[in-house]
Unconditional design. Structure first.
Length: 405
């Protein structure tokens, strides 16, 4: 069919292009070719309006009870996403490997790469063979600091991908999830400390050396009003210094002979007198003294406020300790709230029912043993045994009904 032919052609394009994209490495050619096309900052491909940082799909969507997306549907939504497909490549030609790299550009003109791994799952009685676990997203080729990244550069701040249960309850497509993570990192770039990949480092150095980045007029956080505020702040703290220019020539030296110059080099007093009579040197010396005096005045003012600063520092330290205590109390409550508010998935319910069914079976066997040993009467045995066995069959029936629902 036409749809199958189109899907086959897309796979051929991905595999053909990925031959130049070496395994576990970021290729500079791919980055340079895609950096001005992807995400359409200020281009014709951008049709969506800029959103706030908390407007990713998982924050806007309520919990859905729809049938979870299959693993193949998740992968197809990622590689065929209109925003992601131009800058996304599979890292190897192995058909069993489901690891992809997406290259993107931040508002700070940094080129970064997000690696997405879609794990497989082992089939159980409660889980479909095409069940899709939560994807693993990692920022590669760089060491950076960001609230959404841990020390291994793995994305941990995007809540829907933290566990398999949350991932399937969110009912998000993989393409939507990757878009949300990339958009957040674009609008809120991480603080980069080191590039560990040579191609990625060279590409980022190109911008530092004067290459022109794409337009970011559509980014909300760098709108004209925000840019105007940043400009006013920078002008407020800018202190102009009229540093003297370095002269191209010294007329005093042009009239001196070589012997006079050599004699002056070894005569410290002659050198001091020579520069003392030079107007440029005098201006520079006066400026240096003025800066030293200003620094001394600033230091004296700071020392005069030493007690206030130390008191403020002690107060801040105390507040920090209180905050740590509050956070320590809040985090267990937050985890407990998440456990209570998130509806359990089918797999976890079946697991708990099966455990409870086994406990009821053991308890009924214990009642029978008490009857054999003579610890209970027949009437007590019948009452306890029927109660435990009814509970056992009730839980077994619930498991069977849930498995076939």
């Amino acid at each position: 069919t036409k749809q199958q032919a189109s899907s086959s052609s897309r796979r051929v394009v991905v595999l053909t292009t990925s031959r130049t994209y070496k395994n576990r490495s970021i290729r500079g050619k791919l980055i340079r070719r895609r950096q001005l096309q992807m995400w359409g900052w200020g281009g014709s491909n951008t049709k969506t309006k800029a959103r706030a940082s908390n407007s990713y799909p998982a924050a806007r969507a309520s919990i859905s009870r729809a049938k979870p997306h299959t693993r193949s549907e998740q992968i197809q939504s990622y590689i065929n996403d209109p925003k992601l497909r131009q800058s996304t490549r599979k890292i190897s030609n192995d058909p069993n490997d489901t690891t992809f790299d997406t290259v993107f550009l931040t508002k700070d003109h940094a080129t970064l790469c997000l690696r997405v791994f879609v794990p497989r799952t082992v089939n159980t009685n409660a889980v479909s063979v095409d069940f899709c676990p939560a994807p693993i997203m990692t920022l590669i080729g760089v060491r950076a600091a960001h609230p959404w990244l841990d020390n291994r550069m793995r994305v941990t701040g995007f809540q829907p991908i933290l566990t398999d249960d949350r991932w399937n309850q969110s009912n998000l497509l993989l393409g939507q999830a990757v878009c949300s993570v990339v958009e957040h990192l674009q609008l809120h770039p991480p603080t980069i400390t080191e590039f560990t990949d040579e191609d990625l480092a060279s590409q980022n150095n190109a911008f530092l050396n004067g290459a022109q980045p794409p337009s970011y007029t559509s980014v909300a956080s760098v709108s004209s009003a925000h840019a105007r505020t940043r400009t006013e702040e920078s002008e407020e703290y800018h202190i102009p210094f009229a540093f003297p220019t370095v002269p191209d020539s010294f007329k005093e030296l042009e009239s001196m002979t070589g012997e006079e110059m050599r004699a002056m080099i070894f005569d410290d007093a002659a050198i001091v007198n020579f520069f003392a009579s030079n107007e440029k040197y005098s201006t520079h010396t006066d400026l240096q003294k003025q800066i030293e005096e200003n620094n001394l005045m600033s230091a004296e003012k700071t020392l005069a406020r030493k007690d206030d600063i130390l008191a403020l520092n002690a107060e801040v330290s105390l507040l920090q300790e209180k905050l740590k205590g509050k956070i320590a109390e809040y985090e267990p409550l937050e985890r407990r709230y998440a456990e209570l508010s998130d509806p359990p998935c089918k797999k976890s319910i079946l697991k708990k029912l099966n455990q409870a069914r086994r406990e009821a079976s053991v308890e009924s066997d214990n009642v029978s043993e008490k009857l054999i040993s003579g610890d209970v009467t027949v009437d007590e045995y019948v009452k306890d045994f029927m109660e435990k066995r009814t509970l056992y069959h009730d839980r077994a029936a619930k498991m069977e009904r849930l498995q076939h629902s």
